[in-house]
Structure formats: C-alpha cells, structure tokens
Design a protein around this ligand. Structure first.
Ligand SMILES: C[S@@+](CC[C@H](N)C(=O)[O-])C[C@H]1O[C@@H](n2cnc3c(N)ncnc32)[C@H](O)[C@@H]1O
Length: 261
C-alpha cells in the first residue's frame, strides 16, 4: 500500500471521518474468538446455493447463471488489464443469488452497501431490467489505497443498466442519511461494505424502519463476526451459503420458501 496515496485521500474533508473510523478499526481489529465462532456457525448452517436456487425457481436460476457468465466474460479482461496496472478491485458478491432474489422479490426499491467493481450492482440492475421495474440505491466509499479511486467505482456495470441507479460514495453513514428519507421503504437490501461489528450493527439499526413487510436482507462475509447470526436467529427463517471461500447470509420475511436442507 502506498502510504502517500492513502494520506492524499485521507486529507479530503469529505472522506476524513470514514478514513479515521477505518484506520481505528484496523488498529483495534476484531476478536479472534468471535471470528472462529462466526465461521463455525456459518459452516454448520451452509447449504448448497445451486440446489437452493433451483428449488426456488429453476428457470430464473438458469437465467441468473447465464447473466453471471456473460458479466464475467465482459468484465474479466477489463479487470485483468487493471490488475496488470496494479489496480485490484477485489472480489464481488453472489451475482447469481442477487439476480434470483431480485427477480423473485421484484423490488420497487433496493439498497446495497459496497459497490467496488460493481458485480452485485450489475446483478441487481440486470434483474430489475428483466423485471421491467425497480430502482437501486448504492452506497460506497472509494478504495483509499488507490490514486483517484472514484473512477473505479462500478467499473464493470454496463452503461445500459445505469438508468435506475443512484450511487453515493461518501461512506455508509452519510450516504444512508441521503438515501433513507422518512418515507423511503426498501424491499431488498444487500450489505457488503464495512464488515466490522460496529458497521453492521449501525446499518441494521439505521435501515430497520425502512424495511417493507416483504423485505429480504442479504449480508456478505458473515464469517467475520456474529452480527448476522444474532440478527438472523431472531427472524422466522434464514439461509447461509458458501461462496468463493466466504459465507453469505439471507433473511427476512420475503425469503422464498423452499425445503431442500
Ligand atoms: C467487498 S467490496 C464490495 C463488492 C461489491 N458488492 C461487488 O459485488 O462487486 C466492499 C466495498 O465497500 C466499500 N466500503 C468499505 N467501508 C465502507 C463504508 N464505511 N461505507 C461505504 N462503503 C464502504 C469498500 O471501499 C469497497 O468498495
């Protein structure tokens, strides 16, 4: 990490509070014991995503898999070219899963945190396009280890999908203030930004009054701490899926019912 780039990004007044919180949480770190308990819990509950998706709706699951394949085909060479220039935008959320859930729930309004290259944003936006309805609000914060990091946010999101998309990049705390007005209600939520306990708990508290009666919450990297477990075990149903070496949790009253455990 080039410390001069980090310092240059850190002194911008709009980014300073988020950068300070991030650096502090890296210093204090998470608790190893909590992390192992969270991973063990996720492992114990994990089920096969493919079997579940097929159980929910085999036609839509295949449609999502086709979209994931075509997105990967167009994005991979572009991301590889960036990687050669030393720019790594990291991995993405569960494209097939988000596509399927968006097709099934048919959200009028969805909210996601954590955009980076834009795998998850592209999945939700493409499924909304297929639905013929829906808007997506995305909250992000630039990767502060990169020079001019703003230009990479949503890098792989195809232009033709961007019409129903609102993107804010000043960190979740500020972005959610702008997105979540008193009468804003969301049907689908994808959380993939600040993975600390504090970040997740803040988000769940902040979004709760804005969830419709049929909402779904998708949370990435639930093996990092026990926040998803604590939340999910208070809900009627939840699901856990293993995905590219991590775990994704899904819960909420809109979760499609399918018995394939
Ligand atoms: C794992 S990546 C998101 C991947 C994305 N969902 C995808 O599928 O391509 C996490 C993103 O969250 C952003 N992030 C981290 N902390 C944040 C915060 N406090 N507020 C908003 N975004 C944050 C990171 O800068 C990064 O862009």
């Amino acid at each position: 990490m080039d410390i001069r780039v980090v310092a240059r990004n850190a002194v911008r007044p709009a980014y300073l509070p988020v950068m300070t919180r991030k650096i502090w949480s890296r210093v204090t770190c998470g608790h190893d014991r909590e992390r192992s308990a969270a991973r063990a819990w996720a492992e114990k509950h994990a089920e096969d995503m493919d079997a579940w998706g097929n159980g929910v709706d085999p036609v839509l699951w295949r449609e999502g898999a086709r979209f994931a394949g075509s997105l990967a085909e167009s994005a991979r060479p572009r991301l590889a070219a960036l990687a050669e220039a030393g720019v790594d935008l990291g991995g993405g959320g569960g494209v097939e899963l988000l596509y399927l859930l968006t097709r099934v729930v048919r959200p009028s309004l969805a909210l996601e945190t954590g955009v980076a290259a834009g795998w998850s944003s592209a999945a939700v936006l493409a499924a909304m396009r297929a639905n013929g309805t829906g808007r997506l609000m995305s909250s992000d914060f630039p990767f502060f280890r990169l020079p001019d990091p703003e230009r990479y946010i949503g890098y792989i999101v195809p232009d033709h999908l961007k019409s129903g998309w609102s993107l804010r990049i000043r960190g979740d705390r500020r972005n959610l203030e702008e997105f979540l007005r008193p009468d804003t209600m969301v049907d689908l939520v994808h959380y993939d930004s600040d993975k600390t306990r504090d970040g997740r708990e803040f988000f769940l508290r902040r979004v709760r009054p804005h969830l419709t009666a049929r909402h779904i919450i998708v949370m990435d990297d639930i093996q990092d701490n026990l926040v998803f477990r604590e939340y999910a075990e208070r809900q009627a149903h939840f699901r856990v899926f293993a995905y590219e070496g991590k775990y994704i949790g899904v819960t909420g009253p809109g979760l499609p019912a399918v018995e394939c455990r």
